[in-house]
Design a protein around this ligand. Structure first.
Ligand SMILES: *Cc1c(COP(=O)(O)O)cnc(C)c1O
Length: 381
């Protein structure tokens, strides 16, 4: 082990933090270094948009957390999903998409990819096989497990085996499991995560990451993302670097606080089902296979709710705030119309779902807020 040379250390500036580099222009010592700057795209520095020591430090931390070798930081979780799709797919290709994906991912596939001549087919959210859908044109399978709002899990190992045998890549939106998983160990080739959630942890920025475990794939995606002209801001990179240092303790604490909320909700007559696959329901084993724990995100399917009743409940909440996204310190609640959730006909659902994020407020204030909310829901018609 290195022992610091304490005498030589005197007067040295030795902060524990990563410096924040703001840069567009980078200068070069020689004409030939300038003309050859494109060779620096993947590992060195050529232009502020394409990487700085700050963004590279963040990308290295993210790659380690996800269990991959290289990451690319992008301005949103959505861009982490759309970037690889744009980089890797061409007209005539087919992409298979889990039916439960994030709504904007679904819209990107049906509006942008299809207009580019890429065909899109959806498969059931709890699938353990996609064999019947794979064709010679299938280039990529997009998973999101557990799914957005409805929390079903696909069998990643089984689907990845089938996809690879057919020559297709597997990408997973791991916004839920960031910091709790290594999806590469289950056969995923590309892991896309929204760092806007627990990765940043304070509801104050949007960012996403694309992580791979294969250098050739890294180069293809990095080149594609470079062509799109997107990158992240230095100060946002710094904020995420700071938050990642407490990621594991925040995840564990949100998970610890969520268990009693889940148990309380499971007793409520208004609740048809609590969707918290870490500790409740038939997919617990599948969850345990992919994720080391739970955190603060859960949903409940309501019995006999209408928009009027849901509004009566939510509009007067005191602690839970109405809002999308999650992963910060605040408790959030968001209504979701299940009839809009599915593409595959057999999976059509009706009714209302509430998604909750359990923040760091005292437990008794959270339960009192929910209790008063259910009283309003029941009193409304
Ligand atoms: C939040 C989220 C996104 C989008 O992330 P943004 O940073 O808000 O664009 C994508 N997928 C999933 C599963 C998410 O939870």
């Amino acid at each position: 082990m290195d022992t610091p040379d304490r005498a030589a250390d005197a007067g040295r500036f030795a902060a524990l933090t990563v410096p924040v580099h703001h840069a567009s222009t980078l200068t070069f010592a020689t004409t030939s270094a300038f003309l050859g700057r494109r060779s620096q795209l993947f590992d060195g520095y050529s232009y502020g948009l394409y990487g700085t020591p700050t963004t590279r430090a963040l990308e290295d931390m993210v790659a380690t957390i996800e269990g991959g070798s290289r990451s690319i930081a992008v301005p949103s979780g959505l861009a982490a999903v759309t970037g690889p799709l744009l980089a890797l797919l061409r007209a005539g290709d087919q992409v298979l998409v889990a039916d439960c994906v994030y709504g904007s991912t679904r819209d990107f596939c049906t509006e942008i990819l299809q207009a580019m001549g890429i065909s899109v087919a959806f498969f059931p959210s709890d699938a353990d096989s996609i064999a019947g859908l794979l064709t010679p044109a299938t280039r990529l399978v997009l998973l999101e497990t557990p799914g957005y709002y409805t929390m079903e899990l696909q069998d990643i190992d089984a689907i990845a085996r089938e996809a690879h045998a057919a020559g297709a890549l597997v990408m997973a939106d791991n916004s839920y499991g960031f910091g709790l998983s290594n999806l590469f160990a289950h056969g995923v080739d590309i892991v896309a995560s929204a760092l806007s959630k627990y990765g940043s942890g304070h509801s104050d920025l949007c960012m996403g990451s694309i992580t791979v475990a294969d250098d050739a794939l890294f180069r293809r995606i990095k080149l594609g993302v470079t062509r799109l002209g997107i990158g992240i801001a230095a100060d946002d990179a710094y904020l995420v670097i700071r938050s990642l240092q407490t990621l594991s303790v925040r995840l564990a604490e949100h998970g610890r606080r969520t268990e009693p909320v889940v148990a309380w909700l499971a007793q409520r007559p208004e609740v048809a089902a609590v969707l918290y696959p870490h500790s409740v329901g038939p997919q617990r084993d599948r969850h345990a296979r992919f994720f080391r724990g739970g955190h603060g995100l859960l949903a409940v399917r309501l019995r006999q709710a209408s928009l009027a009743r849901v509004s009566a409940m939510l509009d007067s909440m005191q602690v839970f705030r109405i809002g999308a996204s999650w992963g910060g310190v605040h408790s959030l609640i968001a209504p979701f119309d299940l009839s809009t959730a599915r593409r595959t006909a057999s999976a059509r659902q009706e009714g209302w779902l509430l998604r909750l994020h359990v923040g760091l407020e005292p437990l008794d204030s959270l339960l009192a807020d929910l209790d008063a909310g259910f009283a309003r829901l029941n009193a409304s018609s």
